[in-house]
Design a binder for this molecule. Structure first.
Ligand SMILES: Cc1ncc(COP(=O)(O)O)c(C=O)c1O
Length: 419
């Protein structure tokens, strides 16, 4: 039997593949610095884990939209965060925001607009559904974010309905958008529906976050969940918030969900109530400070050696442009994938090629995720951040990152071995 033609266009998700490849090389005894997969290094807070244990007996199928008490907790949480009045009727709970984004793409008859670069999975999801993706080029001077003008130009080109996915703080760049108001204005004008992928919102280093839903509430679906700020990626729980005007989309997804995943695991949903109803400010403040500290260390090491980067504003990613590095030039790489493969095999430094995020293949840009450290230990020894020098902390708390950066810079001939 043949595989459906659309599916031939899809390979294993790049992030999951790099993780498996890194583990394979590690098993062969190679030292691998894992800057590939973007998984939270922090533990799920203890009170939430305790709640999961307490609810392990929960065994019933739950409401397709999600457990009512959880939806109430999510609506209260986001009403406060996003300064908007949501109720449980606005909320859908799904097995990860990735699945909810897929289902939204599935139920809408539209083209998909994606800023280039964008997260690895949006476009393959569109491919699975035979949906057209229109890439919109972004620029380093805009911190790799879309502007209102960029959006307007594309909207003028075709009349077809459009869904735009915006992600801020962003994967792969780590930067937050400064153009939300303008984008909202253009989206409203051209009736573009937006998925605001806010999965990293709680990890904005500033501790505050502006959602595009402030400016365009009626046309914005907010996508989020516990995977990043709460360290619960493997729990597979995500949330979507639909404004009243878009409840027809929510209802369509609910119908599809009822015939596919049914509902998210019951114990996980009961435990998630705790995540949304109790205060985790201290945990979040520390997590943000730790991530900011590491991002600044790598940024300063890389940019002082001519690897061009834009300073991250949140989350745990950074884009690095290697095109100005002498040694890289000597290899005459045809594409970023070739470059990343060579670097992985020769240094053990695993990162993802920019082409996976929609950059032109010949751009020698790669994404790093700075999460290869023990988050529990870093939280426990947080007091050291006020006492030690940056190098000392890096060596003690983030040795794989410290050594990985060193190994890469050494290989690139831009750092001496004993520096
Ligand atoms: C930008 C972005 N959106 C969505 C997701 C999916 O998260 P979830 O675990 O909720 O499916 C990820 C995960 O890496 C991501 O980076």
């Amino acid at each position: 039997m043949k595989i459906n033609a659309n599916i031939h266009k899809v390979k294993t998700s790049a992030t999951l593949e790099i993780n498996e490849k890194s583990k394979f090389l590690e098993k062969q005894g190679k030292q691998i610095y894992k800057f590939g997969l973007g998984q939270s290094p922090f533990p799920v807070p203890k009170n939430i884990v305790k709640e999961l244990k307490k609810n392990s007996h929960q065994k019933d199928y739950l409401n397709v939209s999600g457990l009512e008490d959880l939806r109430i907790a999510v609506s209260k949480y986001h009403s406060k965060k996003n300064k908007y009045n949501y109720t449980d009727n606005n909320i859908l709970i799904g097995p990860g925001s990735k699945e909810l984004i897929f289902q939204t793409q599935l139920v809408l008859n539209c083209d998909l607009l994606l800023p280039s670069p964008s997260w690895v999975s949006y476009e393959p999801q569109a491919k699975i559904l035979n949906k057209k993706t229109i890439w919109i080029k972004t620029y380093k001077k805009n911190k790799w974010h879309l502007t209102g003008n960029d959006l307007e130009k594309v909207c003028k080109k075709s009349k077809k309905s459009k869904l735009l996915i915006l992600n801020s703080p962003n994967n792969p760049s780590g930067t937050s958008s400064e153009h939300l108001k303008q984008i909202a204005k253009m989206a409203k004008k051209h009736k573009v529906i937006i998925i605001a992928d806010e999965i990293y919102a709680e990890l904005d280093f500033s501790g505050s976050y502006k959602s595009i839903a402030h400016y365009y509430p009626e046309g914005t679906i907010i996508s989020s969940g516990l995977s990043k700020w709460c360290g619960a990626g493997g729990w597979r729980i995500g949330t979507m918030i639909f404004p009243k005007k878009l409840s027809y989309i929510k209802d369509a997804i609910r119908n599809v969900a009822s015939e596919t995943f049914t509902s998210v695991s019951a114990p996980i949903q009961f435990a998630a109530i705790k995540a949304y109803s109790e205060d985790h400010q201290n945990f979040l403040d520390k997590s943000r400070k730790i991530l900011k500290f590491i991002s600044e260390y790598i940024y300063s090491e890389f940019t002082s050696k001519k690897i061009e980067c834009v300073k991250p504003d949140g989350g745990f990613y950074m884009l690095c442009d290697f095109s100005k590095i002498k040694k890289i030039k000597t290899f005459k790489f045809k594409n970023s994938q070739e470059m990343c493969k060579k670097i992985l095999s020769e240094t053990g430094f695993a990162m993802l090629p920019g082409s996976d995020f929609g950059f032109k293949k010949n751009k020698l840009i790669a994404r790093i995720a700075f999460v290869d450290f023990n988050g529990t230990k870093a939280l426990k020894l947080f007091r050291l951040f006020n006492k030690s020098t940056s190098n000392k902390i890096m060596k003690k708390l983030f040795p794989n990152i410290f050594n990985g950066v060193k190994a890469l810079l050494y290989w690139l001939d831009i750092k001496k071995n004993n520096e």
